[in-house]
Design a binder for this molecule. Structure first.
Ligand code: ZN
Length: 276
């Protein structure tokens, strides 16, 4: 009997050690999150984003993209200002001088290359919305499944132009989506800035939960005051989305990473460094 118990104990500990070793080598979920430099800009007049506040004041913006290495594959959130802007001396100059003039000191392709990632390695991607700053390089990944809200996809562009190439593989969402089915990466519908704007809730094993804002909010002062930019598609929906984000953050004890907020971005780790 003793011998049998000893054998069972040895067998169980072998199984346990085996599963621990497996957990250390091929743990499911997110392995790394990289912040990529996807543009640097200067806003002509920041009252454009917070009507009546700071009129005539200029402000520096950043534009980040986020690359996630999940055990099921690479996932890219936003694609930034077009890489071609890196070759433009004056940058991407907006029609409205109050808007943002964008520059690119580094390309997305170059940063992926430094990490040893080929564009074809990225099988899935999502964009927060279809303004020029998050969608500039979508077609660098012509085969990647694109997750976008149906309301955004169907929103007619200038001269009724489609927002995306019709041949680009797409999953049109009508609400939230758990991308990998394990709760680690969730697209959260946050309409208002545009008809189908979305944010991304990422649950990192060590860092904890992080909510990537997209343009649901542009900088911290606007978040604190729940300020809505004058040019937003739907002011009321923006306010509702901000309340929803605050609720999600409270529930998951999530940090808010505000995409265009330069002071916050400067405190963070950028590629090739990463979060886990
Ligand atoms: Zn925008």
């Amino acid at each position: 009997m003793k011998r049998t118990i000893g054998f069972v104990a040895a067998f169980l500990s072998a199984v346990l050690l085996g599963s621990l070793a497996h957990a250390q080598s091929g743990k499911p979920g997110i392995e790394k999150l990289y912040i990529l430099n996807c543009g640097e800009g200067v806003a002509g007049d920041i009252s454009r984003w917070s009507p009546g506040v700071n009129e005539g004041k200029s402000m520096d913006f950043v534009d980040n993209c986020y690359l996630i290495k999940h055990s099921q594959g690479w996932f890219l959130w936003d694609t930034g200002i077009p890489d071609a802007v890196a070759g433009m001396q004056k940058g991407l100059v907006p029609a409205d001088p109050k808007a943002v003039t964008w520059h690119r000191s580094q390309t997305l392709a170059g940063q992926l290359g430094q990490l040893g990632v080929k564009p074809s390695d990225i099988k899935a991607m999502a964009i927060s919305h279809t303004h020029p700053d998050p969608i500039g390089n979508v077609e660098m990944f012509p085969k990647a499944m694109l997750y976008v809200q149906k309301a955004e996809y169907d929103w007619p562009g200038a001269d009724n132009a489609p927002r995306f190439k019709p041949e680009h593989p797409v999953t049109k969402l009508e609400g939230d989506r758990d991308v990998f089915g394990d709760g680690s990466v969730t697209i959260v519908s946050t309409p208002g800035h545009t008809p189908g704007h979305q944010s991304l809730l990422v649950k990192l094993p060590k860092t904890g939960a992080v909510l990537l804002s997209g343009d649901a909010v542009h900088f911290k002062a606007n978040w604190d005051a729940r300020g809505v930019p004058g040019g937003n598609f739907d002011k009321e929906k923006t306010s509702t989305s901000m309340t929803h984000m605050a609720d999600l953050m409270a529930k998951d004890k999530a940090q808010l990473w505000i995409n265009h907020d330069k002071p916050q971005s400067e405190t963070m780790k950028h590629a090739p460094d990463f979060y886990q």
